[in-house]
Design a protein. Structure first.
Length: 92
């Protein structure tokens, strides 16, 4: 299953065994609201992944936008984990 669009990428189960979902170790949701008497503001949503030594593994801007007075946005972040079936995980 594609983590971005939630659609199945492959129907042939013999070609690639499905991974078993694990409980999500992280889920965060937050809301920002622009005050009614404030001006407009710009925002960017940046996701950074670091390893155990604090080294940046990846960094992605996943969204940018603007908030006008009295507008709000809700942001959700979830880390989804899966246990591979029929294959051993490799370390990169």
């Amino acid at each position: 299953m594609c983590p971005a669009c939630k659609h199945y990428l492959r129907i042939d189960s013999a070609a690639a065994p499905l991974a078993q979902p694990l409980p999500s170790p992280l889920k965060v949701e937050g809301i920002i609201r622009q005050p009614p008497d404030g001006g407009s503001s710009e925002y960017s949503v940046v996701v950074t992944v670091t390893n155990e030594r604090g080294e940046e593994v990846s960094r992605h801007v996943v969204g940018v936008g603007a908030l006008h007075p009295n507008e709000q946005r809700t942001f959700s972040l979830a880390v989804e984990m899966f246990a591979p079936t029929g294959a051993k995980a490799r370390r990169h």
